[in-house]
Design a protein around this ligand. Structure first.
Ligand code: MG
Length: 390
């Protein structure tokens, strides 16, 4: 496991070519994270002639099996509820896009931002937070399960490339940025690049969950219009005068734009005025990228509404119960004996225990493969019916 501690000894292996260094010197703000300052990789590798270290990290994540599996993992709504709504993959792409918009405005390191954004939900098990809660409860006596932590397990241990070491051998800053997601309560102030991804994540899911819930008719625009943040969105660009079919995308667009613009307007001047000359200074000063206070409050009200009316909607609760029962059953069965696990999880069980390795195996599954594995398990244990004698 990566500890998050710097590994300056790896710098000798070279982290950044001259061409990347010149590009970043010409564009990045002085408070951005420069690739030349990277703590390097656990296993030293020579620098690439034209790709920076975080660009390589981004590419490694995109080419990983875990990233491809995100297309089969639900965000909030399962695949059998329709074809319109977000998957974990499309959510991730939206987060990366919005985070890069903010990062470019602040002249931060976009490659680092993109790598962090594409990694941030890589560790989600099947069935979103329902699956995570079932695994966490099932591993209560063994340290629990967190999708943020599991993303690190994937990229440090389970993914296998052509090199002799396990994992993707990502840069220190990408790993420690993901690690910061697991330690939010600790009060550490992460790099601005990490903060941008965090803000983009919540701006994105607020907006797209509104969109998906409206499209699935779990809520109406009239319901949402009671919320001050949605009222603001409706008041922009004559949205109320648009045909009803155009109001929904206009509101979703405005929700994202309001949140992003608020962060840029609140924090852009502060970053300029501070005159910081290194990435350490904003962190040392406790500087946080934030929305304006009134918008933050209104965003909280929208999130409470979504929790009450969407995430706890009867349709989703039924999906949640079914998914959790499937995961509980399979965790108990696979966790009872490592011999039931496929490789490499059988061998992994010798190091981490059968139950943890079973949870890792299940967490790698897509929603569909989890359902199929459960159905296969059920048919294996179902009592054989005796054919009727004629
Ligand atoms: Mg996310």
């Amino acid at each position: 496991m990566n500890t998050g501690e710097p590994r300056p000894d790896n710098r000798s292996a070279g982290t950044c070519s001259d061409v990347v260094g010149r590009r970043e010197a010409a564009w990045l703000a002085p408070y951005a994270f420069f690739s030349s300052g990277s703590g390097g990789r656990r296993h030293p590798e020579p620098c690439h002639p034209y790709r920076g270290p975080f660009q390589r990290d981004r590419d490694r994540i995109v080419h990983s099996a875990a990233f491809r599996r995100l297309s089969g993992k639900m965000q909030v709504f399962t695949g059998d509820m329709g074809d319109y709504h977000r998957t974990r993959l499309t959510h991730t792409m939206e987060v990366a896009s919005i985070a890069r918009t903010m990062g470019r405005y602040f002249r931060l390191n976009e490659d680092l931002i993109e790598a962090l954004a594409l990694l941030h939900d890589l560790g989600h098990p099947p069935f979103g937070h329902a699956g995570e809660a079932a695994l966490d409860a099932g591993l209560r006596d063994e340290g629990g399960f967190s999708h943020n932590q599991f993303a690190l397990t994937l990229v440090e241990e389970l993914e296998q490339r052509y090199q002799p070491w396990p994992g993707l051998n990502l840069s220190h800053e990408v790993l420690s940025g993901q690690l910061a997601r697991t330690r939010k309560a600790a009060g550490d102030v992460p790099l601005l690049e990490v903060q941008v991804v965090d803000l983009a994540d919540s701006a994105t899911y607020n907006a797209h969950d509104v969109d998906d819930a409206l499209q699935l008719e779990l809520v109406t625009l009239d319901d949402l219009a009671q919320l001050p943040l949605v009222q603001r969105a409706l008041d922009r660009d004559n949205t109320r005068s648009l045909p009803l079919t155009s109001q929904r995308p206009a509101v979703v667009h405005a929700l994202i734009d309001l949140q992003v613009t608020s962060v840029l307007e609140r924090c852009g001047p502060a970053l300029l005025e501070a005159g910081w000359t290194s990435h350490e200074q904003p962190a040392a000063a406790g500087f946080r990228l934030e929305l304006a206070e009134d918008l933050q409050r209104e965003k909280g009200e929208l999130e409470a509404f979504l929790y009450r009316r969407v995430y706890r909607h009867d349709k989703l609760l039924r999906v949640r119960e079914k998914a959790q029962e499937q995961i509980r059953t399979m965790l108990d069965w696979y966790g009872a004996s490592a011999s039931r696990l496929p490789e490499p999880f059988r061998a992994r069980a010798e190091r981490v225990g059968a139950r943890r390795s079973a949870a890792d195996y299940l967490a790698c599954m897509t929603d569909r493969s989890c359902r199929q594995a459960f159905a296969a398990r059920q048919s294996a244990v179902a009592p054989r019916t005796t054919p009727e004698r004629r």
